[in-house]
Design a protein around this ligand. Structure first.
Ligand SMILES: NC(=O)c1ccc[n+]([C@@H]2O[C@H](COP(=O)([O-])OP(=O)(O)OC[C@H]3O[C@@H](n4cnc5c(N)ncnc54)[C@H](O)[C@@H]3O)[C@@H](O)[C@H]2O)c1
Length: 334
């Protein structure tokens, strides 16, 4: 989308902190904020299993302040947050399977730390705007499609439960303490700078790597599961808009994509765009079957109508741009 001028102007000289800022979405957001003239601080723990990667800020490293720290360390938060005007809160443990194996780490990062961040905000930067990165995983297995924000929350794994609590704290701190928080419930987001080493972030990361290598992709189930995808630049637009617009305060918005596809259609499109590779449909590994949500398609009319958000990158183009990026930067991501 063409982001309106007032939104672009807003970030010039603005003190902005991005938690998870060396990760996939956080670093793409940081790059845009630097372009817009923001004074940007990135907080990231750089835990090797997560999506943080110093290569993600190549070219802007001198234009941002990086603070390698863990949001579980509640003592470092007040000084980081003091004087900040906008907080994009994206730090998170993103793997659903990891949250089954180690639910307490997920709890500490996605739930407890969120409370610590909000406590620090209410003391150190009570007027800051906060945008929290939530997830469609909160809805669990959809009861109807497309899924709007009124859909019941029924997460299927500890990650979804903890993200739901993290999200709820943001809204509660808005109601009780007047913090201006907005929540974006993201669907599968993809593009340059995502983790492709493994499927901790999304299966599509692995698929992109395998497609670049001309290898076989595996589709779990029968491939008929429908999904929607947001290209990362479009997701960044949504964060920028939510960070500026007061209509977003206290609100929850789904982000979707341009159109939904089945996993089979996605695999075929990816292989066509990559010009190589193949796919095989295999049975679900048991653990993954237990947390699979079936079909998911977001109803994202609310953010389109209220904030004027609109995705502009169609799946074919987004996949092509992602493949180009990883062909060029394989060494930093494999
Ligand atoms: N990518 C998606 O499809 C998607 C979908 C739904 C929700 N989200 C949410 O968006 C946010 C960003 O996700 P992403 O895809 O960029 O993943 P990512 O893993 O690339 O980014 C998360 C970042 O948070 C950092 N981090 C993790 N724990 C931390 C801690 N304790 N202290 C400080 N930093 C920590 C990681 O190092 C990483 O850089 C996450 O909160 C995630 O739950 C992403």
């Amino acid at each position: 989308m063409i982001v309106p001028g007032d939104v672009l102007d807003f970030y010039r000289g603005r003190r902005v902190l991005v938690t998870g800022g060396l990760g996939f979405i956080g670093s793409n957001l940081a790059r845009r904020l630097v372009e817009l003239g923001g004074e940007v601080v990135l907080v990231d723990s750089l835990i090797p299993e997560y999506g943080g990667n110093r290569a993600n800020i190549a070219g802007i490293e001198d234009a941002v302040r990086v603070n390698v720290s863990d949001v579980r360390d509640e003592h470092s938060l007040p000084s980081l947050l003091s004087g900040q005007e906008v907080l994009f809160n994206l730090a998170g443990q993103t793997s659903h399977v990891d949250s089954l194996h180690d639910p307490f780490t997920d709890l500490d990062i996605n739930c407890r730390s969120q409370l610590s961040i909000l406590e620090a905000c209410r003391r150190e930067c009570p007027d800051a705007k906060i945008v929290f990165a939530s997830t469609r995983q909160l809805y669990g297995r959809p009861r109807y499609l497309p899924v709007d924000e009124e859909h019941p929350l029924a997460p299927v794994d500890p990650n979804g439960v903890n993200k739901a609590a993290g999200e709820a704290y943001h809204l509660v701190y808005g109601r009780v303490y007047g913090l201006r928080s907005a929540v974006l419930r993201l669907t599968n987001t993809y593009g340059p700078r995502m983790r492709v080493k493994d499927d901790r972030q999304t299966f599509l990361g692995t698929w992109l790597r395998l497609a670049v290598e001309g290898e076989e992709l595996q589709i779990f189930g029968d491939g008929s599961q429908r999904r929607d995808f947001t290209y990362v630049d479009d997701a960044v637009d949504a964060f920028l808009l939510a960070g500026v617009r007061s209509e977003a305060d206290g609100e929850v918005f789904n982000l979707g994509g341009e159109a939904s596809v089945s996993l089979l259609e996605l695999a075929e499109l990816l292989i066509e765009v990559a010009g190589g590779g193949s796919y095989r449909v295999v049975p679900f590994p048991e653990e993954r079957r237990s947390i699979d949500i079936g079909d998911y398609v977001a109803d994202d009319r609310k953010i389109r109508e209220r904030l004027g958000w609109q995705p502009s990158v169609v799946l074919r183009d987004g996949l092509a741009r992602s493949l180009d990026y990883y062909r060029e930067h394989a060494a930093e991501y494999w």
